[in-house]
Design a protein. Structure first.
Lengths: 332, 382, 406
């Protein structure tokens, strides 16, 4: 297998690397945590990296009108093509190195796509890439819970009941989006035996996020990290609170931070405290009442969401990961 | 009556719906007067982004031929009225990469009007607005910028007030009666009437205003694009602070800055800073430089004014201060290094006008359910 | 499978299908990355490629994609990173890959692909039709057609040479008629590795390469301030490609003794009154029947188009304006188009508009869905052209030749 990069573990905020591989000048919203995620991923990966970016906010708002914030090589790819573009670059580097056409060295190949790009349209391509053990790559899903760039439409990652332009709050239909969020990262972890690393992170926990990116890039083979990125425009909250929204999402159990590495699953703050029973999950009401996209929810809606969360954390086979258990009496 | 054109500039997302509705209202009111019109935005403004200035237009004419002639030029080069929904936008409009800085009054015709929603005095506003070669009228409607996000509208009657003001400012274009007709609710009609009486008007002479030269870029010809085609050379990887060996300063874009997205900017009380790095770490716009002595300096060209840094600072020592308090983008870190005592006083004065973590001063987007209603109640708009 | 192990790299003759010949060409061209996905009839080439790789005759990585969209995306991005790539598809598979296909030329990426010409669904049918390849003619792909397995091998090498020329850097698709070319086995002269190396330089993307040593951002988003100028730069590449095809054909002819005529081939046209025009394997039947008709005294010839993009308008004008009548054979359709005719007909007729002399233009739509073009069909075409010349005007522009009808 072509060699992977070796990284130091980032031991805290004071040890976060300074160089920006993604820099000022992108036409993103105030408080955009999807942009912040690009910054973290690029920072963690360093200069010997190539990034593929699918259509979405992190394309249109980044490289808007013949400009770029990327200091490392970057190429646009299609909405459903994060997986295939990433694989293409990874395969090419490996073959060219093997044949001596380019220098043999570790180069990070990272595909970055939003929730629409990864969990909806591009799911097949991502899944395919995760089955190729001989090619090193990292696919990052920045989950801002909508098709944000096109005006905030529903994706399979949009939370139950959220107001979007495809699920508006109307006089006859108050809730038009009744689907529950797909468990994308868990799907990737459970479904690809050759994939050694899958993780779930949040921009509110940046050191954890960056270390996960580094572990993914150094482990070898195809890897996947899903990252919750609070979106002030789409979720409708004052951008000053982007960080707090991320923390609140994790503390209420609307998102879980975890890592699957070579067959072992661990949870990170604050999900680890919740799983171990050391910290109570925060009631989801406060989280919901801080965002305009949930402004229309009534008690019955909030109760439904809370009930679902209670199930996810209390009844699932693996909390927040696996929705089912082995039936009674099936095992010896 | 001829042809009239109105331009509305607002902050992306925050007054998006207000701007859009106003552009429609102008055409609908004109229709009540038997005229025809078109309301439209700029395609390149979309998708609108929190804070980034954007524009709406309304073009009205007496008949379809006249209207067509005007629309053939599409975006009006000259407008009878420019409406500005957030007075911090007066510092200039930089809407996208390579577009450069556009004075907010650049399209206002000779003796046209610029209507600004503001609590500031004209003298204060004229420190920001770029000077023109032609005279025009500056009109303020007292009030704060309205806020509403994607889904929840802050119903502060700005729409009715601005329409009322517009009719008063341009009686040739819109009659107060026509304005009344497009608002069904009596509260709105009253608000429109009252606003018309609250206007503060002043003639701005040629040369009056901010003398700074707006920066612009020359777009390359196609022959110069053949080397890279649809690719561009990547950004530099930054280096030591101000070109030195210590600290760190990123390479920043030279074709797009975020500074004109701001309604307020972060100011740090360096004396009380414990150098946790949280501000630098949480900035989505890479606006912080790392100084050789380990402090964090905002590059005000790059800062978008989101307020995240102030909100995450564990020491609560970053204040988000309204843009109206500043006439330039001088580094406050330089100020502190030069004279810490004077800076301390400066910081206290500025911080009092803004907010630090835990405080909520003035609206800036949705904070929690019911908040807008409370704010409206406080201001007494019925 | 008829390839003998030790022989790739040596100059020799072999009996092989078009697909096999293409696979050998790819091995000789030292392709780096290939992708495949099953759809007939092109996918047989992937079978051969896989075999070559498995037996160590080709050093390349073959990715079995999970769909055509990914197939073409993978090679697009592999190519921009500096790999010489290959892929292909047919019919609706080709259509499913449209998104990566249209986004390949603007980024100046020289992907080389084969289109195993197949009818587009619905109804599902895998017989030969040309519409699939024509779908990319406007967006910057170069397209050409082979009529024999030999030519398929030759045009693959030519395609790399032209596509990867820095003045061009545009993708190229070789049309391979389903079954007739892809699967029928003919005698093919395989060149030596030394000959191929002499003809085909290494692929070097220079400043457009995606690699950490060259940090560029490729395909940044643009608005109306930019797009017209950027399209203009791609147009320059298309314009430049014509001279490069000519140059490449000259070099090819010097080394291999074939491809003397870069853009099209004339057959028995010297003193012809009327010519048929077409592309692909229908040329076999047309040539055979032109010979027969010549023996009967009919002054008929045949012009076989090879490259449709770039379109050699001056050369086509000069050639076709010599004749009294031109019958364009379209193995495709273009519903609702001017005179309800076929695609190549439009191209030819519009190319002739500026010529000083205008032949009478008629169109023959036939061979759809893999239906063969028989002697009776060719005779009918010649009859129509004769009648048209006699009448001095075109009475009926289009004939659907060989269609069961009352």
């Amino acid at each position: 297998m072509t060699m992977t990069m070796e990284f130091e573990r980032i031991r805290g905020v004071k040890a976060a690397p300074l160089p920006e591989m993604y820099t000022s000048g992108h036409r993103t919203c105030q408080g955009c945590d999807s942009a912040l995620n690009c910054r973290y991923v690029a920072k963690a990966a360093g200069p010997r990296s190539i990034v593929l970016g699918a259509t979405g906010c992190m394309y249109v708002a980044n490289t808007s009108y013949y400009s770029t914030p990327w200091a490392i090589p970057w190429m646009h790819t299609q909405l459903g093509a994060t997986g295939s573009a990433t694989l293409g670059v990874s395969v090419s580097l490996k073959v060219l190195m093997r044949k001596g056409k380019i220098k043999n060295e570790p180069i990070n190949v990272i595909g970055i796509g939003g929730d629409g790009a990864i969990a909806d349209m591009g799911l097949a391509a991502v899944s395919a890439t995760l089955t190729w053990p001989e090619y090193n790559s990292l696919i990052v899903m920045y989950d801002n819970e909508s098709y944000a760039n096109t005006g905030v439409q529903v994706s399979c990652q949009t939370p139950y009941g959220a107001h979007t332009t495809f699920s508006p709050v109307g006089t006859v239909k108050r809730i038009m989006h009744k689907r529950w969020k797909k468990n994308t990262a868990a799907m990737m972890a459970a479904g690809h035996p050759e994939c050694r690393y899958v993780a779930s992170a949040c921009t509110a926990y940046p050191i954890d996020l960056m270390n996960k990116v580094r572990r993914a890039l150094s482990i070898g083979g195809p890897t996947f990290v899903a990252i919750l990125c609070p979106c002030p425009k789409g979720w409708d909250f004052d951008p000053r609170y982007s960080h707090e929204m991320g923390e609140m999402a994790c503390k209420a159990g609307m998102w879980a931070n975890w890592e699957m590495m070579d067959g072992k699953l661990t949870f990170q703050t604050p999900s680890s405290g919740i799983i171990k029973g050391m910290v109570e999950r925060a009631p989801v009401t406060e989280y919901l009442q801080r965002q305009g996209r949930f402004d229309h929810l009534i008690k019955e809606d909030i109760d439904h969401i809370q009930k679902q969360l209670d199930k996810i954390w209390g009844e699932w086979g693996i909390p927040a990961i696996l929705p089912f258990k082995v039936a009674e009496g099936e095992l010896a | 009556m001829g042809v009239h054109a109105v331009e509305i500039t607002n902050r992306g997302v925050y007054q998006y719906n207000l701007g859009r509705r106003l552009s429609r209202d102008i055409v609908l009111a004109a229709r009540k007067m038997g005229r025809v019109g078109v309301a439209f935005g700029r395609y390149s403004d979309s998708p609108e982004r929190n804070g980034i200035p954007m524009k709406w237009f309304a073009v009205i004419a007496d008949d379809n031929d006249e209207l067509e002639e005007q629309m053939a030029k599409y975006y009006p080069e000259v407008v009878d009225a420019a409406i500005v929904l957030d007075d911090t936008i007066l510092k200039g409009v930089e809407s996208w990469s390579w577009d450069g800085l556009h004075p907010v009054n650049e399209r206002v015709k000779e003796k046209g009007v610029m209507i600004v929603v503001s609590n500031q005095s004209h003298d204060e506003l004229l420190k920001d607005v770029h000077s023109k070669d032609l005279p025009y009228k500056l009109i303020t409607i007292p009030g704060e910028a309205s806020f509403a996000g994607m889904w929840v509208i802050r119903d502060d009657k700005s729409e009715a007030r601005i329409m009322g003001a517009l009719a008063a400012a341009l009686p040739d274009m819109l009659s107060p009666d026509a304005v009344k007709q497009i608002f069904k609710d009596k509260v709105d009609q009253d608000a429109a009437e009252r606003a018309a009486k609250q206007l503060v008007t002043r003639v701005v002479e040629p040369g009056e205003g901010n003398p700074a030269e707006p920066y612009r870029y020359e777009l390359p010809v196609w022959q110069d694009l053949t080397e890279y085609g649809i690719a561009v050379v990547g950004m530099g990887k930054g280096g030591g602070y101000h070109g030195g060996k210590e600290g760190y300063e990123p390479t920043r874009s030279t074709t797009f800055r975020k500074h004109l997205s701001r309604t307020s900017r972060p100011v740090t009380n360096f004396d009380a800073c414990t150098q946790t790095r949280d501000c630098w770490l949480n900035c989505p716009d890479e606006a912080y430089n790392v100084t050789p002595d380990g402090y964090f300096e905002v590059d005000y060209g790059a800062c978008a004014g989101c307020g995240k840094c102030a909100e995450v600072c564990p020491e609560k020592i970053i204040a988000m201060v309204p843009e109206s308090e500043f006439e330039d983008e001088a580094s406050v870190y330089d100020m502190w290094k030069k004279d810490a005592a004077a800076y301390g006083k400066f910081f206290q004065a500025k911080a009092a006008k803004g907010w630090v973590k835990g405080q909520i001063v003035g609206p800036h987007g949705y904070i929690r359910k019911g908040q807008y209603d409370e704010e409206i109640k406080k201001t007494g708009i019925k | 499978m008829v390839l003998e192990k030790a022989k790739i790299g040596e100059e020799h003759e072999a009996l092989m299908s078009g697909c096999e010949a293409i696979a050998v060409a790819l091995a000789l061209a030292d392709v780096d990355v290939l992708t495949g996905y099953p759809i007939r009839p092109y996918d047989t080439v992937i079978n051969y490629i896989a075999r070559l790789i498995a037996d160590g005759q080709m050093d390349a990585d073959l990715i079995h994609a999970e769909g055509e969209h990914s197939q073409f995306e993978i090679v697009k991005h592999a190519c921009v990173t500096g790999a010489r790539v290959f892929t292909g598809s047919s019919g609706v598979g080709w259509v499913f890959a449209m998104e990566p296909m249209v986004t390949t030329p603007p980024a100046r990426i020289p992907v080389v692909a084969i289109c195993g010409n197949r009818a587009i669904d619905d109804p599902g049918a895998f017989g030969c039709e040309h519409n699939d390849q024509y779908l990319v003619r406007d967006v910057g792909w170069m397209i050409n057609w082979a009529d024999t397995a030999q030519e398929a091998l030759d045009l693959i090498l030519m395609s790399y040479r032209v596509a990867e020329d820095p003045r061009v850097f545009l993708p190229c698709s070789l049309g391979v008629d389903g079954s007739f070319l892809s699967h029928a086995m003919n005698i093919v002269k395989l060149p030596s590795k030394a000959q191929v190396d002499k003809f085909l330089p290494r692929y070097d993307r220079g400043k457009l390469r995606l690699h950490p040593d060259n940090p560029i951002s490729v395909a940044v988003q643009v608005n109306e301030d930019w797009l017209q100028e950027l399209r203009r730069t791609v147009n320059e590449g298309a314009i430049a490609s014509k001279a490069v095809v000519e140059q490449a054909a000259k070099e090819f002819y010097q080394i291999f003794g074939r491809q003397k005529n870069p853009f099209f081939e004339e057959y028995m046209t010297e003193d012809a009154d009327m010519v048929l025009v077409g592309a692909g394997t229908l040329s076999l039947s047309v040539r055979a029947n032109v010979r027969k008709l010549r023996k009967e005294g009919k002054k008929v010839g045949f012009v076989r188009m090879k490259w449709l993009r770039p379109f050699a308008a001056e050369e086509v004008r000069e050639c076709l304006s010599r004749f009294k009548a031109v019958g364009v054979i379209d193995r495709d359709y273009s519903y609702g188009s001017p005179d309800f005719s076929g695609i190549m007909f439009h191209e030819m007729r519009s190319a002739l508009y500026p010529a000083k002399k205008h032949p009478l233009f008629v169109n023959f739509i036939c061979g759809l869905g893999g239906r063969e073009i028989y002697e009776a069909d060719v005779r009918e075409m010649v009859k129509v052209m004769e009648n048209t010349i006699k009448a001095g005007e075109v009475k009926e522009t289009v004939t659907w030749v060989g269609t069961r009808s009352r």
